[in-house]
Design a protein around this ligand. Sequence first.
Ligand code: BMA
Length: 344
Amino acid sequence: MTNYKLQIVFLLACALCACQQKSKVLFGHQDDVVYGSNWQRLADSAYFDTRSCIHDLTGQYPDLIGFDIGGIELCHTRNLDSVPFSRMLEECQRQFERGGKVTLSWHARNPLTGGNSWDTTPCLAQIIDPDTDVHDTMQVWIERAAAFIAQISALQKHPNQLIIRLWHEQSGNWFWWGRDAGSAKDYIALWRWTRNYMNILDIHALYAYSPDRLTLYEDTPEGAYRETLEWYPGDEYVDIIGTDCYHFGGAEGTNDYLARAHRQLDAAARLAAERHKKLAFTETGNEALRCPHWYTQVLLPLCREYPLMYVHVWRNAWDIPQHFFIPNPQHPEAQDFIQFLHEL
Ligand code: BMA
């Protein structure tokens, strides 16, 4: 072989290695294996052959499945979206056995009023004050949540299969742990308390911090970064820094979505790089896929701009026709979504 040909072979080999080294962005879907648009398998125990929204489209189970434990604090047998906790455990076990990951969120009730997560009656200061009944309630709720999560944690087959996303979207004003319901100091105290309790039960997980829209400070990258940092629970408590950002409406909403997503992801990426943490797009989606080719034309180019560990989209509710974030196989966007998964 001539030197020239050898050089070409060498360059091709280098290019191949570089391709292989680029780590894949994992894709996650909430409640993927318990229901989807037009179907549900919400029995207490799993069917022998688990159905999955992603599997229906691709023949493969998702890299990441999201579950929410809202309701565990009241010892309910099903979460706020009717998923039996016994079933969640079985599906986590199956997902871990397949080598996949699970991400947990917790839409906990308001411990002051007993209302749901969206009851924004301020309670954070009382939660943190050890002399209050609300504090005692929260202690019990954290214990119950941790006891359930400990069972999930014990099912892992490989390191880092479980991700726990605590007190998400605090930068919004829609949850009782959100921006308007208390101070950053109290929010951080709640985060650390929750995390410390998970440690006591020897739970092994990656912990994700995920704000949503950033509007507290000026509309500059510095303002976004300042807000992300101000509520950050601390390096010892967090492994993944992410953000939640949704695309509202059709194609006309694209510019607004991209502007917010860049603002938030830039801030998260900067903090993650500085603190040597993983970066993730912890929740996103275009409800009912009103923006044509959203997956390949909007989300894919966005994801390529950042070194993401994963991107996670929300649930396909079986009982709310327009509340879905991935297409079912009959949907006109199905091919676009499959192509997105190939190229992610
Ligand atoms: C919201 C919606 C609700 C659901 C909640 C918790 O975004 O999907 O219908 O109850 O998440 O999963």
